[in-house]
Write a protein that binds this ligand. Structure first.
Ligand code: B3K
Ligand code: ZN
Length: 885
């Protein structure tokens, strides 16, 4: 909690550290009502700077300072200065050691940052600035040090004592306690420090690296979860192999550990050699975790593992460079997931997510560049822009340089900067140097916020057989900047003829065969490309694979979209054409609803999706994506002013029309796939995920018919499924159906069966919180009283509150403002206990500019109420004040 007005920090003010820390020796005495931390730092004046000896200002928060010594000299009160955020001492020589002892209270740490307790075990979360809550330190990523850590604790309660690196010694301490020492041979910044003490069991396996070294792999969990680790272990081994094969990166310690904890502010953390994970990102087995959860575990295990190179071996100079490690690592984990599953489907899911959520962030009051230039609270910048858009930026480099050029660049980057703390510019420089290219203009993607618009027009000249495409790019103003300079926009594209074939894409002045697809580099505000020898007016397929994070518009009519859907050689664009068709149809329905007219749906959408459903050749995962209508959140994002009721009514109407018209095929595909599920053992692999996904989307459409045979099918699936994917979908369709009695019975059965599994209960909360049926807020409030619910656990907050405000738009945006009031009350409450979680829950309120004036006023009033509610954490303060600016 702050004691002074939170200050804005600027990238332009970056200065190298005055002092360096060569060695860090930590000793933790863990007790139930306090912890003592003794720290010895072996330090020296930064040799890059002049020879003066300025005061040494260490970061430290919520620490009770017990003793401080500089060299051999114990300091007394007059020798140092201490305030709420710093300890200042005055070194008398260029090399010295500094010893401190502090008392901290992990047992009352509800913010889950620094050292805290989760379900009785001690654990840490230091990124970004949590280490300063453990001891006085230079808590900045460009100060890297060699760490030795000794922990001591009660033997019975905490038999397992872990930290980074390799275990080097351990032993008893008196009758009841024991200790262990760990040494990490790699230099690292404090944000990668970790410690765990608890009563844990582990699953152990091995991995032999490409150079033949054997690495021990361990996943530590609470004893009751020991049967849910295999999927994470397999995912880890696959990730290790993939990083060797695709990036040439080998693991570097003899042991790699993952620990699962129940109370965690985000998904997981890449601490060197000792990853700490939210249990939701580790535990998975058929009976208790959905296919989506299995895929999430695989992706997060990979992401954290990949950080060992992109983040740990090469780290960030300062937190403005966060995307250096996060954007790149998301790009790496997406590549991995694409290779493990269907690449096209993975791309579709990533793009749908980006367009819905990152585009909304980019258009809101918290919009910022991939490399922001200022912040108040760095925790607020672990955003979709830094992660997902950052990954798109790396992806564009991959597109522009090609796979080999990109690999040359990443090899040079890792080799050149191993052991260093560097910047996004250094990353781009390695790509430039390895490929002999100039990426100066490309770097605007790092510095300019906002989603570029790319309007495309065409002109065909039959006599000259030329076809021209003209691109006009612009970028809306964002809070940081009004005028934007043109970006480098790679547009992967092709041209289709009337037989559905790809035409040659030769540009004026080019010779020879150029093939039927290419990447155009749009670099000007307005730019025309002229294709030659074009025998007939083609239909362009643009931005294939979503080759740039822009909003592209081309005046396709619905028949052209249906044509692309059928003939485009690019799978992603076949899906995108379907989405664009659905958007046009839904927008028409929204207009009809707003005009008070009866809703009449364009039958072409039904025909198009009917064809998809009838095609047995198509990957069922792809069919599922094609059948999924654009979400209400996406329709909101692309509206000037979002009409919550009209969007909901239009989409529900379309779903019902599709369900009625395609009933027979849906029913047949449902039954066929459920038949296979019934007779096949659960397998957590792509082909099986795909079958169940199609089966489940079919069931959710079918249920809209209200027919008794579908109700019976849902009940059968609910009762007999051997896995959570089928069971939870059956529950969800019952929850969203008019069959109240059957729904209540299923909810009760489910809660009884899984009451002891908190992650499954999260699903139970989430399904109910997301139900669009009337009375949503009352249901959520009632569920908050359920014994399995607690505001102290971030997963519970996300499951119930996050699902309500993020997915249940019709209830959250109730015209009386009750949804807004509810979120504001929660944010005020959480602000005092867990500022990071409080700040996250605020996001839906920050989007107030999207809505009608009545809702705008209600949302703003709640933001103002939060602002006036008392002492705000820097996290909440920053989001509220920027939203009201
Ligand atoms: N690097 C961590 C995120 C830490 C967030 C701190 N507020 C997880 C990840 O991106 O891998
Ligand atoms: Zn990450």
């Amino acid at each position: 909690m702050r004691t002074e007005q939170p200050k804005m920090i600027y990238l332009k003010d970056y200065q190298a550290p005055d002092y360096l820390i060569d060695e860090t020796h930590l000793t933790f005495e863990l007790h139930d009502d306090h912890t003592l931390v003794h720290t010895q730092l072996v330090m020296r004046r930064n040799p890059e700077l002049d020879a003066s000896l300025p005061p040494l200002v260490l970061d430290g928060q919520a620490l009770e300072l017990l003793a401080v010594a500089l060299g051999d000299k114990e300091l007394s009160a007059g020798d140092y200065q201490v305030d709420d955020n710093h300890l200042t001492v005055h070194p008398a020589s260029a090399s010295f050691s500094l010893d401190t002892s502090v008392r901290i209270h992990p047992e009352t740490n509800t913010a889950l940052e620094g050292l805290y307790k989760s379900s009785g075990m001690f654990c840490t979360q230091c990124e970004a600035e949590g280490f300063r809550k453990i001891t006085y330190y230079l808590d900045r990523p460009d100060v890297m040090s060699r760490f030795t850590t000794t922990l001591s604790a009660d033997k019975l309660a905490y038999p397992i004592l872990l930290s980074n690196g390799n275990p080097v010694a351990s032993g008893p301490e008196g009758d009841d306690r024991h200790w262990a020492t760990w040494e990490d041979p790699f230099m690292k910044p404090a944000y990668l420090f970790a410690l765990v003490a608890g009563d844990l069991w582990c699953v152990e396996d091995k991995f032999t690296t490409m150079s033949g070294r054997e690495v021990t792999l361990r996943i530590y969990v609470e004893p009751e979860n020991i049967d849910k680790c295999q999927h994470a272990m397999t995912s880890l081994q696959k990730s290790m192999r993939w990083d060797e094969e695709v990036y040439g990166r080998e693991y570097d310690l003899d042991i790699f550990m993952i620990v699962a904890v129940n109370d965690f502010n985000m998904g997981a953390m890449e601490n060197k050699g000792l990853n700490i994970f939210n249990s939701s990102a580790v535990l998975a087995r058929a009976e208790t975790a959905t296919d989506a959860a299995h895929q999430r575990v695989e992706a997060i295990v990979a992401h954290e593992y990949f950080h060992n190179w992109s983040g740990n071996r090469v780290t960030c100079r300062d937190w403005f460079q966060l995307s250096l490690k996060e954007g790149f690592t998301v790009f790496r984990d997406s590549g991995f997931s694409a290779d493990m599953n269907s690449a096209t489907v993975k791309r579709i899911q990533d793009v749908a997510f980006l367009r819905t959520h990152q585009f909304a962030e980019d258009a809101g009051p918290m919009a910022h560049a991939v490399r922001p230039e200022s912040f108040i609270e760095i925790s607020n910048f672990y955003t979709l822009t830094v992660y997902e858009k950052g990954s798109e930026v790396v992806g564009m480099l991959h597109t522009l340089l090609g796979p080999q050029g990109f690999r040359k660049g990443s090899d040079l980057y890792f080799e050149r900067h191993d052991g260093q703390a560097v910047t996004c510019d250094d990353f781009v420089k390695a790509m430039e140097d390895a490929n002999g290219v100039d990426l100066t203009q490309f770097k605007r993607w790092y510095s300019q916020a906002g989603t570029p618009r790319l309007a495309v027009s065409e002109a065909y000249d039959a006599a000259a057989q030329t076809y021209r495409l003209t691109f006009r790019q612009s970028c809306p103003a964002t809070p940081d900047k009004v005028d934007k300079l043109p970006f480098v926009i790679p547009v992967a594209m092709g041209l289709l003829d009337s037989q559905g074939r790809g035409l040659s894409v030769r540009l004026q002045g080019e010779e020879g065969d150029v093939g039927t697809s290419r990447v155009l580099s749009v670099t000007e505000a307005e730019q025309t490309f002229t294709f030659v020898d074009v025998p007939e007016k083609p239909l362009p397929s643009l931005l294939r694979g979503f080759s740039a994070p822009v909003k592209l518009s081309f005046p396709y009519d619905r028949d052209q979209l249906m044509y692309l859907m059928q003939h485009d050689s690019d799978g992603f664009n076949r899906w995108d054409a379907t989405q664009q068709l659905a958007v046009q149809v839904l927008q028409e329905l929204i207009g009809q609803h707003q005009a008070g007219q009866p809703l009449v749906m364009d039958p072409r959408l039904i025909r198009a999706l009917g064809t998809v459903l009838d095609n047995p050749e198509l990957d069922p995962a792809m069919v599922t994506e094609l059948l999924s209508l654009p979400s209400e959140a996406y329709l909101t994002e692309i509206s000037e002013v979002a009409d919550v009721e009209a969007i909901h009514a239009a989409r529900e109407f379309a779903r019902k029309q599709l369900a009625d018209s395609l009933f027979d095929t849906l029913w047949q595909r449902y039954q066929a796939n459920r038949g296979v599920s019934k007779t096949t053992e659960y397998v957590a692999e792509a082909e099986h995920f795909a079958r169940r996904a199609l089966q489940n989307i079919a069931l959710s459409y079918l249920m809209l018919s209200g027919r008794p045979e579908v109700l019976a099918a849902a009940q059968e699936q609910f009762a007999n499924a051997d896995n959570m994917t089928e069971r939870l979908t059956a529950l969800a369709v019952l929850v969203n159906s008019p069959f109240t009695a059957e729904c209540d019975a299923a909810l009760a059965t489910f809660a009884e069966q899984f009451k002891d599994n908190p992650l499954v209960m999260d699903q139970w909360f989430s399904v109910q919180a997301a139900s669009p049926l009337p009375g949503g807020l009352a249901r959520v409030k009632a569920l908050m009283q359920h014994p399995a619910f607690t505001l102290k656990n971030p997963n519970k907050v996300r499951a119930l509150i996050g699902s309500f405000a993020g997915q249940n738009l019709i209830n959250f945006h109730a015209a009386d403002g009750s949804g807004y009031r509810f979120i504001a009350d929660l944010v005020i409450q959480l602000n005092a206990t867990n500022p990071q979680i409080a700040s996250r829950q605020l996001a839906p309120l920050t989007r107030w500019r999207k809505y009608d004036s009545a809702r705008q006023a209600l949302m703003k009033a709640e933001l103002e109420r939060i602002r006036a509610s008392g002492e705000l954490s820097s996290d909440v303060y920053e989001v509220v004040s920027k939203s009201l600016a």
